[in-house]
Each structure stands twice: as C-alpha cells, then as structure tokens.
Design a protein around this ligand. Structure first.
Ligand code: ADP
Length: 346
C-alpha cells in the first residue's frame, strides 16, 4: 500500500477522521458508488502506467464526507506511489509549500484538502509547479533580490474542495480532471454499512443496514458514524448484533429522525420557518440566529436539504418548501402571489 507522509498539520487529525481512515477503501474496486468517477479514474491510472507519465492534476469537489480524500488516497495505491497530505489553511505562505515540493518523488501525489482556502500568493507560487514542475524562489530583497528556478520531480496535485466556486479561474484551469462527487443512494450506503460492519466484526441484518443507510444524509461519513453509534448501542444494551429494531432505537436516541434529518437540519428548518416565516432570508442572518458559521450552513447543512427539496436558494435568499413545513408537522403558509410565480405552492 502507498506510504503516506504527513508534514505539518494533519488533515486526518480529528477523531472522526481517524475512524474514516480505518474504514477507507484502499483500492478503486473497493470504492462503492460514484461509478462514473471511478471509471474515469481507472482509465487515467491505466494510461499513466502505460505511458509512464504522472497522472494529470485532479480536482475533487462536493460536500464533506462524500469520498474526496478516499479517492485521493486510493490513487497512490493503484499507481504504487506515495502521497503527501496537507490542507489549504495550513499553507499560509509560499515557504510552507517547500517541504512538500522538495519531498516529491517521481510520479508521487500531493493532496491539498480545502484547496479553496489557500491564499492567492501560495496559489500563484504553485502555478509553475503544476505546469512545468518548476518553482521560482526569490532570494534576498530590494536591489540584490534574484530569482532562482528549481526543477521539481514530476508529480500529481490532487485538490479537494467543498466550494469549487471559490477557486480562482486560473487555478481551476490547471487541473486536467474535475470530478464532482454526488450524494449516494440508500442502496449504495447500505452496501457501505454492510462492508464496514464486517470490517468492524459486527453482525448486522439487511434491514438494519438499510435503516442506517436511509438515515445517513446520503453521505458515507455519516453512515460510518451511524454504524459506529449503532454498534456501541447494540454492544451496550444487547448482544452485539445490530437488528432493525436496535438500529431504529439507536438512531432515535441520537435524535436522528425517521426522515434522516439530524438535530442541526431540524434546527435550521425550524429557524427558517419559525423565525423567518419560511424565508426568503439570507444565509448570514440564518447563521447568526443559529449561532453557527455561515460556511457550516452552506457547506455542510444546506447541500443535503437542497437535494432533498426541503429548501430552495432563490435570488432573495433561502426559502422553505412545503416539504419542510410538512416534515416539521407545520401547516404550510397561505401561498403569496410571489410564491406562485416560483411554482413552489402549486
Ligand atoms: P471527504 O474527503 O469528501 O470529506 P472522505 O473521503 O474522508 O470524504 O470520506 C469519509 C469516509 O467515508 C471514508 O473514510 C470512507 O470510510 C467513507 N467513504 C467515502 N466514500 C466512500 C465510497 N465511495 N465507498 C466506501 N466508503 C466511502
């Protein structure tokens, strides 16, 4: 398997990230779902091996927990090369890039998570590295400043972002492949739950895997967390096997409702409906009322609520749909002429 080198702050430092690493697929054939993305990567890997050229730079985008890091860490295993992992916020100045760039091996991978949070000066510093495997270093300053050019090993940059819109155009253009990851179907998540329960030596029934999958916000990381919780619940209160009834009771206790919405999802919808009359309202006002960062709302909470049709984004702000009122057991508001024009209450 690929050697992983982590220099500087470890993007896998948090607890949930450690759990992720234990359950993460190691090869493309172990990756479940995202069939089109996996097929394209398979071609790119084969071509790179046959042509003896490094893989072109790849940008993964999509909401958190959908497999961006998974794909990035699977690729060096497929290619038989090493990977270095870092993240945008850890790279505040060009010099922060130097240890990574000088440690590159021919054909190795450099993974930058949250690449949209990398400052513009660092972005500009790595353009020549991405294009010509070269960096320009300025030595001294003022009149005596001179630039030296340093040749690098040929490598592959893999960027991951929850906000591809925040990347500058020139940065985006330097990636050969852009892969957008979508939410997973319940069937795919049920497979992930079953495979990971086996890795954790935990017996689980088909119906229980389905129940956990159905209540996992379309997201493998969430499915893994639900599985870990149900496993603890089954071990503490029962004999260890996760049955449908145990999965249900465990998720009810964790305040994940039968529609799969968690506490934050419901708080979001309640605030939008009770405080802002269902909207439209701006994300900043919602975030301030919920006491959460606006980024958390737009990166983590809203993508799933949008995809499930609980909210829409209109030019004037977020609007709760009739489905949101329904899921909270509230009567939808009387349609306003405006709403009709948006086709919301027809
Ligand atoms: P991201 O980088 O997009 O935030 P990760 O790649 O860290 O997400 O995925 C979180 C966890 O979800 C992984 O550790 C892995 O266990 C699981 N996972 C993600 N995608 C898949 C997949 N396609 N098949 C199986 N497990 C997956």
């Amino acid at each position: 398997m690929a050697r992983e080198k982590v220099i500087g702050p470890d993007p896998g430092g948090d607890d949930h990230r450690k759990q992720d690493a234990a359950l993460r697929p190691k090869l493309l054939k172990e990756v479940i779902g995202q069939g089109k993305v996996a097929a394209r990567l398979e071609i790119a890997v084969r071509a790179s091996k046959k042509l003896k050229e490094p893989l072109g730079h790849i940008l993964f985008d999509g909401p958190p927990g959908l497999g961006k890091t998974t794909f990035a860490t699977v690729l060096p295993n497929e290619l038989g090369t090493s990977i270095q992992l870092t993240s945008g916020p850890a790279l505040s100045k060009p010099a922060d890039m130097l240890p990574f760039l000088t440690n590159l091996e021919e054909g190795s991978i450099l993974f930058i998570d949250e690449i949209h949070r990398m400052p513009r000066v660092v972005e500009e510093f790595i353009y020549p590295a991405m294009e010509d495997f070269r960096i320009d270093i300025v030595l001294g300053d003022g009149m005596s400043a001179r630039t030296i050019s340093m040749q690098l090993k040929r490598f592959t940059l893999i960027g991951a972002t929850t906000r591809s819109g925040m990347l500058s155009g020139p940065m985006r253009d330097r990636f050969k492949m852009h892969e957008h990851l979508e939410f997973y179907s319940v069937e795919e998540l049920a497979t992930i739950v079953r495979v990971n329960a086996a890795k954790l030596n935990t017996p689980i029934t088909e119906a229980a895997a389905h129940e956990l999958a159905h209540r996992s916000r379309g997201t493998p990381r969430v499915a893994n967390a639900r599985l870990h919780w149900a496993r603890s619940y089954a071990a503490a209160k029962h004999e260890g096997e996760i049955t449908e009834a145990i999965a249900r009771a465990a998720l009810d206790m964790a305040e994940v409702d039968r529609d799969g919405l968690d506490k934050n999802d419901r708080k979001y919808l309640e605030t939008l409906i009770d405080v802002f009359g269902g909207g439209p309202t701006g994300v900043e006002a919602l975030a301030a009322t919920l006491n959460l960062a606006a980024d958390t709302l737009s990166d983590e909470i809203e993508p799933y609520l949008l995809r499930e049709g609980y909210i829409i984004r209109s030019p004037r702000g977020r609007v709760a749909t009739p489905r949101a009122f329904q899921v909270l057991g509230k009567a939808p508001p009387k349609p306003k002429p405006d709403d009709r024009s948006q086709g919301l209450f027809d």
